[in-house]
Design a protein around this ligand. Sequence first.
Ligand code: FAD
Length: 382
Amino acid sequence: MMQHLSDEHTALYSRILEGSAQILPNGLEQHDGQEEFDKSAWDKCGALGLCGLTVPTMLGGSGLDPLSAVIAMEAFGRGCADNGLGVSLGAHLWGCLTLLLAGDRARNVDIIRDLATGRKIGALAVSEPEAGSDLAAILTTAVAVDGGYRLEGRKCYVTNAPVADVLVVLAETRPGNLAFGLSAFCLERGTPGLTTPAPVSKMGLRTASMGDVELDGCLVPKSARIGAEGAGLSLFLKVMEMERAFILAPAIGSMERVFEATRHYAQNRKQFDQPIAEFESVYGRLAEMYRRTSLARLVLRDAAARKGSGGSITLEASMAKLTISDAWVANCQDALAIFAAKGYLSATGIERELRDALGGQIYSGTSDIQRRTIAKMLRVIS
Ligand SMILES: Cc1cc2nc3c(=O)[nH]c(=O)nc-3n(C[C@H](O)[C@H](O)[C@H](O)COP(=O)(O)OP(=O)(O)OC[C@H]3O[C@@H](n4cnc5c(N)ncnc54)[C@H](O)[C@@H]3O)c2cc1C
């Protein structure tokens, strides 16, 4: 369903769909099994312009508005079945790069250019062992020293950390003050005192490399700080608005792929002398899968169009994140019910899609946190 797309959007969708289908023509099952991040697949994303979709062209990016960017990422998700790669791209683009752009872009031109072209990989390190949903619990500190800051602490669950060249880190510069006590820092791999241990093993999105970031007496110059001291929370909230709204755009393409495969299976698999698609419980699930995908796409594109016309989209971002992630999980469960035993086997790819989809209800704020944000924006709670 390609409703209300301009000729330019349709051409963009077709170009990215075609290019994405070449990114990982085979080997996904093996990469997933061995939890491998595929750098050559990443490089192909860079060549397609996916690593810097919304970055201005003068900074090496594709210069797209938010609606065009999500249309490109929907096409990516449809053409490339590697959902882990989609999340790697999302953390790089909507997390790391968006924060750098919101901060001192003039100071970080070279880094932004390398990230936007995909020559470098970015990560956004916020979560900590004691600080998940609750940013006020962040314990990583950045203490002002002669000429710069000394960072101490540990970040966890950071997408791309084991492979990232650039890590944007949130740390306390004034402990105990959430509103003005956090600052953002741009660290490059190789900075003494910065280490990224081996990737952690996880349930889904296994081709996206995830791990800790350890900061042990990590000395950085003042120029590594992004924005003013104490501006970390406001920068992070700007980033979260974009990340929450758009990080699940590839899931729309994934849902379309899974729907097509499930429809084909249901129309060809026969039981009791008829295609199983004839059973009400099966065609009902297919109808629901299509409905959820279409609604999720509308909510996503609405958020993107609103962002493009300026202004805040805090409410729309949480609505998009919640709607898409719930639809993705429900659709995978319906696909599994229809494929039954065949879907339970790794070779079909359905069980991998379900494992991948479940992560979408956690990263960039859990579903509970999205509901809480929606209730706050509607002034149901203060
Ligand atoms: C695949 C994946 C990728 C990730 N990538 C990154 C990354 O790149 N960078 C990064 O910094 N982090 C990343 N994370 C971490 C992610 O941001 C956190 O997992 C998330 O913010 C939730 O934190 P938590 O897991 O510690 O859960 P907790 O905050 O401990 O929450 C536990 C439970 O309590 C509920 N809960 C907590 N507070 C409230 C509340 N106020 N109201 C209602 N319910 C509440 C939650 O919904 C959840 O059910 C990633 C996580 C995953 C799974």
